[in-house]
Design a protein around this ligand. Structure first.
Ligand code: GRF
Length: 235
């Protein structure tokens, strides 16, 4: 009979591609967890649509292949925006060459087309700074502070063609302090993001969350509570 701990150690790490646009603090958490051996993943590549994003530096420092598909072109067409179709064509070719098992949007700020999402070589998840289905889109912290809500947080959800509308897998929650500025609240939520993203990916690597089955509405286990799995991580 196979020894369980051996089979875990022998099993291949989950190949993860990460799409970024910003500082990449969530990418850094994944890099650190991978290097520490606490998350059985291999980050096979990073795509940034912003050349100056600090996430690019983080990937380079960790010796992870990075592709910059800047939405601002240089040379003759300087300042012109790369169309989403062009971005997606290059991104698809790059992802196909990396053959990831999972694509993670971690602070990726472009809206992707249905064709790109449906044709992607792996399931895709996104980190969103609100408790979906509340506050889809931008300025989530400002909007929650202007509401009567008592709590806030972040969600990891499956990416589908409809913006921020795929199945929510996990959420981390905190109590709103009305004295907080949007910036203070954003910092508090980001601390939660740094916990919920690796936790969610860990659940995926262990097969607890099976995105393909979830998309086919087949994920069911008598041991799992209904999705989303929520963690109260007040800080
Ligand atoms: C996160 O706060 C995420 O919620 C939002 O963009 C931010 C990315 O942060 N969509 P970082 O680039 O991972 O530091």
């Amino acid at each position: 009979m196979p020894n369980m701990s051996d089979s875990y150690q022998d099993s291949k790490p989950l190949k993860v591609a990460v799409l970024v646009s910003g500082s990449g603090s969530n990418l850094q958490v994944l890099i650190d967890a991978m290097k520490a051996g606490s998350l059985p993943i291999e980050i096979v590549g990073v795509i940034s649509n912003v050349k100056e994003a600090y996430a690019v530096t983080r990937a380079e420092q960790a010796d992870i292949p990075v592709t910059v598909l800047s939405h601002i072109t240089e040379g003759e067409n300087a300042g012109k925006r790369m169309g989403i179709k062009t971005f997606e064509r290059h991104a698809t070719a790059q992802l196909n060459s990396w053959q990831p098992d999972l694509i993670v949007l971690a602070g990726f700020m472009r809206v992707l087309s249905a064709d790109f999402i449906d044709g992607a070589p792996a399931p895709m998840i996104n980190l969103h700074p609100s408790l979906l289905p509340k506050y889809k889109g931008l300025d989530t912290h400002e909007r929650v502070l202007a509401s009567d809500d008592t709590h806030h947080g972040c969600s990891v959800h499956v990416v589908t063609a409809e913006l921020d509308a795929g199945q929510v897998l996990t959420q981390a929650l905190l109590a709103i302090d009305k004295q907080n500025s949007p910036e203070q609240l954003q910092k508090r939520v980001q601390k939660l993001e740094h916990k919920i993203l690796p936790w969610t990916i860990l659940l995926i690597t262990k097969g607890v969350l099976d995105i393909e089955a979830i998309n086919a509405q087949q994920q069911s286990s008598e041991y799992l509570p209904a999705l989303p799995l929520q963690l109260w991580l007040d800080n």
